[in-house]
Design a protein around this ligand. Structure first.
Ligand code: NAD
Length: 256
């Protein structure tokens, strides 16, 4: 199917790399004008260039999602220069795998940094685009995780787990509040997806991959492209009656 996102302007945070980059390219293939947002401005520009090079429509802006005022400024600039955003993908995220019992400095730093990006960042960007999303009866797609739930086999990292629970909570709270405005709010829960986020862990900790795969019915890790279909579905009219949901794209990890 093509053209599912014709006439939409879709902003994707963390669009320079991994899952965000794949979603940006996928949305552009469906006809959206994609606004690539990332703290890594060169990476964002490179994704936009890949889209326009393939005949699609894209713009890029440097945006650190932890900077609330900057989020407002950039959202206003996009509204004035590109147009009103009707699809927002809150994808920017970081992870570190220190246990709560690790060295206190590391635990405190993880907590502050991870919450700032993964949870406060979702708040900052969503709040900044709220007017545009309400005006367009738009859609919000938040990237959660299997760590939006707790599983005893999943290597834990309390800050990340808490941030991704928060993303699911915010998804449900906003779905409840914004449904009357026609704004749909959903999440995707990826499993272990091969991206730079977990490159070191995959290279240095084969046990981590084994734990995931032992529990994954489809028996493989995911690729960023595995998240694109669910992300298109939640942004387009095919999901017109879906809100407040989390779609797990995890090879079955959490379902079994
Ligand atoms: N890879 C996985 O296995 C996996 C699993 C579940 C959920 N996720 C989630 O998917 C999302 C994307 O992760 P990925 O695996 O593609 O990672 P990635 O590291 O490949 O990409 C993350 C992108 O976010 C950007 N970013 C980081 N901090 C930012 C900030 N403060 N402001 C703006 N941009 C920022 C980075 O520059 C990078 O381009 C994250 O929310 C992550 O938690 C990933």
């Amino acid at each position: 199917m093509t053209g599912l996102l014709e006439r939409h302007i879709a902003a994707v945070t963390g669009g320079a790399s991994g899952i965000g980059r794949a979603i940006a390219l996928g949305y552009a293939r469906e006809g959206a004008h994609v606004v690539v947002l990332d703290a890594n401005g060169n990476g964002a520009a490179e994704t936009a260039k890949a889209i326009t090079g393939a005949g699609g429509k894209a713009s890029s802006f440097v945006l650190d999602v932890t900077e609330r005022d900057k989020c407002r400024e950039v959202a206003a600039e996009i509204g004035a220069t590109v147009g009103r955003v009707s699809v927002l993908v809150n994808n920017a995220g970081i992870n570190r795998r220190n246990a709560f019992t690790a060295a206190p400095e590391a635990v405190v730093k993880d907590w502050q940094d991870i919450m700032a990006v993964n949870l406060n960042g979702v708040f900052n960007v969503t709040h900044a685009f709220l007017g545009q999303l309400r005006a367009t009866r738009g859609r919000i797609v938040n990237i959660g995780s299997i760590q939006s739930f707790v599983h005893v086999r999943t290597p834990n990292s309390p800050a990340y787990t808490t941030s991704k629970h928060g993303v699911l909570g915010l998804t449900r709270a906003l779905a409840a509040e914004l449904g009357k405005d026609g704004v749909r709010v959903n999440a995707i829960g990826p499993g272990l997806i091969e991206t730079p986020l977990n490159e070191n862990a995959r290279a240095n900790n084969p046990e981590l991959v084994r734990i995931f795969l032992d529990h994954t019915p489809l028996g493989r890790t995911g690729k960023p492209e595995d998240i694109v279909g669910p992300a298109i579905f939640l942004a387009c009219e095919l999901s017109a009656y879906v809100t407040g949901a989390i779609i797990m794209a995890d090879g079955g990890y959490r379902s079994i």
